[in-house]
Design a protein around this ligand. Structure first.
Ligand code: SF4
Ligand code: SF4
Length: 408
């Protein structure tokens, strides 16, 4: 059976069809949240507050009006993100385009600078994997790559999950929407490292420096000890923050890079583990297909590649992401965007934009702006793998929701 996807176009005529105040909450109502929520059910809205230098993240009012709607139907809303991988700036001493979101303290500071606070949301803001990213649930999964995933631990506190995702491109996974918000956004700090790198740690103890104790001092679980030069790890104690790997300058602890295909496979496995843990029937998905940049919200913004599409909602994350892709691929490109720099579109009539956006070159591990117009179907692989693993269906019915602005 085809999955239903509700579609609210981005154009508005009056305050009665406002994108944030009206269409956002209505997109939740259409997928049946009102009939399920009982008094004081705890509902967590998972979104993304944007990296510090990003400007195209979701505006706070979109999330605020979802919080208000959840209260209106009797629920108790929370707004959530999860800790980024790597070292907090306080420890690393450097600010990069991906940093500033590695623990609760620094991420809440970025969130505040982007307008997300308890006051502006009317709801608490939390890290789903705890203040240091080490509150984990080890969830078994029958994945292509993983048998177990480090799901964000605070999910255990909630009755329902609302996935409020900004739909945009991504240099590794082709696009980021509902599937990626599950697989990367709802796992712990270590779960993100595993989804990105996917490999076991390699320990090369010969490189360990006798007088160094950096990783031991940093380890939040006391899992590391040293006997002369020999580093020992108590696997039972380890809570998989991977900060020992990040801080070691001597390459004692390493793992290999993943290709884009690896990353997609691992992110999809992780998404399935999150759904298996939380329960398919307790998750509601909204994609905000606006400010559709080629790059995700973890780095700086660029111009959108197509005009705003609107808000889409569904109970099926695969159908929802597929519908967003299809609408974007039917749109004209923004002529001053990165797509205008492509010199050789193989097909002049193409509008399969996600096949052409900048991507990571797997051989050099560097960003390729793709001015030669090479086709890359990572977006299609993400949807294909998500369907294969049972996250949902690519087959859907799009239901246009029109709002009568003349109605009194
Ligand atoms: S051993 Fe490494 S990954 Fe495990 S808790 Fe300690 S620092 Fe984190
Ligand atoms: S940080 Fe590296 S060199 Fe230092 S103790 Fe840990 S493994 Fe050894």
């Amino acid at each position: 059976m085809k999955s239903k996807v509700y579609y609210f176009i981005a154009r508005t005529q009056s305050h009665k069809d406002s994108m944030s105040k009206v269409k956002g909450p209505l997109s939740l109502e259409k997928i049946g949240i009102k009939g399920k929520v009982k008094n004081n059910d705890k509902i967590v809205i998972k979104t993304h507050f944007g990296a510090l230098e990003n400007e195209r993240y979701l505006r706070p009012s979109y999330i605020r009006f979802l919080c208000d709607y959840i209260k209106e139907i009797g629920g108790d809303p929370y707004v959530a993100e999860s800790c980024g991988w790597g070292l907090p700036e306080e420890i690393s001493g450097v600010h990069t385009e991906y940093s500033g979101r590695c623990n609760e303290q620094e991420y809440l500071n970025v969130a505040m600078q982007h307008g997300f606070t308890h006051e502006t949301m009317g709801a608490p803001i939390i890290m789903l994997d705890g203040p240091d990213g080490i509150d984990i649930i080890k969830q078994p999964v029958a994945g292509k790559r993983f048998k177990e995933v480090l799901v964000a631990g605070r999910l255990r506190e909630f009755d329902y999950l609302v996935m409020a995702s900004h739909f945009k491109g991504h240099i590794g996974t082709g696009f980021g929407g509902a599937i990626k918000n599950l697989g990367i956004g709802c796992v712990s700090k270590g779960g993100k490292t595993q989804a990105h790198m996917g490999k076991e740690f390699n320990y090369n103890f010969d490189k360990c420096v006798a007088e160094c104790s950096k990783c031991i001092d940093l380890c939040p679980s006391g899992a590391l000890t040293k006997d002369k030069n020999k580093l020992n790890k108590d696997w039972e104690k380890c809570c998989y923050c991977y900060m020992c790997q990040s801080i070691c300058e001597n390459k004692v602890i390493t793992f290999d890079n993943s290709t884009s295909e690896d990353l997609i496979t691992q992110a999809v496995d992780s998404a399935k583990a999150v759904v298996d843990y939380f329960g398919k029937d307790k998750i509601f998905y909204i994609n905000f297909a606006i400010d559709i940049t080629w790059r995700c919200d973890c780095g700086p913004s660029d111009l959108p590649i197509v005009p705003d599409i609107g808000i889409l909602s569904s109970l099926d994350p695969v159908a929802l992401d597929q519908a967003c892709i299809d609408l974007i691929h039917k749109s004209p490109m923004v002529h001053s965007s990165v797509l205008s720099e492509i010199k050789n579109f193989p097909n002049k009539n193409t509008s399969e934009w996600f096949s052409y956006i900048p991507r990571i070159n797997n051989e050099t591990n560097k960003l390729d702006y793709n001015i030669d117009g090479k086709i890359n179907k990572t977006w299609d692989l993400q949807l294909q793998l998500a369907e294969e693993i049972g996250l949902g269906s690519r087959d859907y019915t799009l239901i246009n929701v029109e709002i009568d602005v003349d109605k009194k």
